[in-house]
Design a protein around this ligand. Sequence first.
Ligand code: B16
Ligand code: MG
Length: 214
Amino acid sequence: MIKGIIFDLDGVIVSTDDLHFMAWKKIASQEGIVFDRTINHQLRGVSRMESLEIILSKSNKKYTMDEKLALAKIKNDYYVTLLDQLSQKDILPGVTHLLDWLKQTQIKTAIGSSSKNAKTILRKIGLYEMFDHITDGNDILHSKPNPEVFLKAAHALGLENSLCAVVEDAEAGIEAAKAAGMYAFGIGPASTYHKTDCPLTFIDEIKQTLKIQM
Ligand code: B16
Ligand code: MG
């Protein structure tokens, strides 16, 4: 019986892929490092510093921790200016309808995101008030595939882990959901991942799975 749904943010509720790409591209160009959309794809659900490590691994230069922190700050400052353009029109298809339906059925909802900008993003798209709880990159020490973000979200909802389902677009997020002992819905790239319990082509399909248990 699923009593709570924990949503990943980027790639599930809203797509900020292009904005992350533009901001990381600026850093890569500045450092003379090859960076394309295939490498960007590997950064889904991965924390900011781990994303930077993946990008810098393509360089021969050895970066000090101070240099890495400075690059991560430049990336984030630019990314935050790009977030300014987000609005309700960037909510991914079917999301608002599903959230309304979950409210009616009294299934609890939370955000479980690796992003430290999650609350800013939710305010920009007008969904900040829609979730019972928000756990994000500011609340955790270990990012996905570590289950910490989902365990904390379930705890905040007051639910046993096994009563929660996760909706994810990243393989790292599916790994985290399964490590947390939760049911895993996978959308986008995660829909073909072998550990995904229920692949989705459209987020609204979650309703069918939940109706079966009612
Ligand atoms: P920030 P999610 C993740 O969000 C993104 O998918 C990932 O690309 C990003 O590096 C990470 O947040 C950290 O974001 O730099 O804003 O703290 O998919 O877990 O909602
Ligand atoms: Mg994601």
